[in-house]
Each structure stands twice: as structure tokens, then as C-alpha cells.
Design a protein around this ligand. Structure first.
Ligand code: COA
Length: 154
């Protein structure tokens, strides 16, 4: 099924990723915001590319000490349900373990069933809720976390 190639985010991806953010979110990350993540310590952003080099989607994570926080997950509509997001999360997890992280955590809208399915399938479990975390529309955020067992952390 190896449909995608997972690579670190680079400058050449930024225009498409800013476009993707606009398509997906009411408060999209800007191109400048994404650009600031390039090479920033504690930043781990990965892009899934189709065989023809087109951006399929991406995942972003910011980490401090052994804590990883996923800030961005999105896939272009025409590339959805092909395993790109799952592959991005798997590669992020491998990188996170290599970096010695103890867990990866994220927020997701309570109504976002497709993303919740993805995270559940990838081993994330609900550990809390942030009341009215989101606006436009206002909604609670579920806190989902995947903890790495100590013996699994290198
Ligand atoms: C959520 C999102 C990232 C999933 O990307 P994707 O590449 O289509 O996901 P995958 O193909 O890797 O799906 C993996 C699993 O997630 C679940 N899933 C993904 N999309 C789903 C949908 N629309 N409905 C139900 N389950 C879904 C399924 O269990 C799927 O496995 P399956 O296809 O074998 O059934 C994508 O729909 C998206 O970009 N949505 C808009 C942005 C967003 O909501 N981001 C998350 C913010 S927290």
C-alpha cells in the first residue's frame, strides 16, 4: 500500500501546506507560522508526498523535554482514506521514540469523528477534555494521548 513518502517539512512544502490549513480549519496556521517551524529546536514536522511529489498531508509536533504535543494533522481531501495520516502518525511516533519522548498528546474537536477514529486506531486514548477549547464554532476539545512504555523508549 506504500502510496506515500514521508519526509521532513521543507520550504518547498509551505505554500501547499498553508493552502491545506485554509481548507481544513477556521483558524488556519499561516505560511509564516509554518515557516517558523523549519529548523526550530523542539519542532518535528513531517509531510506525506504522493509518488508524483504532490503534498498529500502533514503532521506537526512540538516537544519539550520528554513531552510531545501534536499541533497539526491534515490531509488534502483528494488524498484522504489512503492511509496518509496513519503513516504520518506512525513515522512521528518512531521519531518521537528516538528523541526519548514519553508520550504524544493532542486535542481534537468533540465532533470530529473521522480524526477521532484515526487517533483511536493509532493507539491514542482520551485522557481529558478542555471545555470550550475551540471557537468558530465553539466546542470542547478532547485530549488524546499515546504513552510509550518505558521499555519501549530508547
Ligand atoms: C482526519 C484526517 C487527517 C484523516 O486523514 P486520512 O489520511 O484520510 O486518514 P487515513 O486514511 O490514514 O485513515 C486512517 C483511519 O482513520 C479513520 N478515518 C479516517 N477518515 C475517516 C472518515 N472520514 N470517517 C471515518 N473514519 C475515518 C479510519 O479508521 C481510517 O482507517 P480505514 O481507512 O482503514 O478505515 C483527514 O480527514 C483530514 O485532514 N481532516 C481535516 C483536518 C482534521 O480534522 N485534522 C485533525 C485535527 S485534530
Amino acid at each position: 500500500m506504500e502510496n506515500e513518502r514521508i519526509v521532513p517539512m521543507e520550504r518547498r512544502h509551505l505554500d501547499e501546506l498553508a493552502q491545506l490549513e485554509k481548507i481544513c480549519f477556521s483558524h488556519p496556521w499561516s505560511r509564516d507560522g509554518l515557516e517558523e517551524e523549519l529548523g526550530r529546536p523542539g519542532s518535528l514536522f513531517l509531510v506525506a508526498e504522493a509518488p508524483d511529489g504532490q503534498v498529500m498531508g502533514y503532521v506537526g509536533c512540538q516537544y519539550v523535554l520528554d513531552e510531545g504535543y501534536i499541533t497539526n494533522v491534515a490531509v488534502f481531501p483528494q488524498y484522504r482514506r489512503q492511509g496518509a495520516a496513519k503513516a504520518l502518525l506512525e513515522t512521528l511516533e518512531q521519531e518521537g521514540r528516538r528523541l526519548g519522548l514519553s508520550f504524544l498528546s493532542l486535542e481534537v474537536r468533540e465532533s470530529n469523528a473521522s480524526a477521532q477514529n484515526l487517533y483511536e486506531k493509532s493507539g491514542y486514548r482520551q485522557e481529558g477534555r478542555r471545555k470550550n477549547f475551540y471557537t468558530d464554532p465553539r466546542e470542547d476539545g478532547l485530549i488524546l494521548t499515546k504513552r510509550f512504555k518505558q521499555e519501549e523508549v530508547r
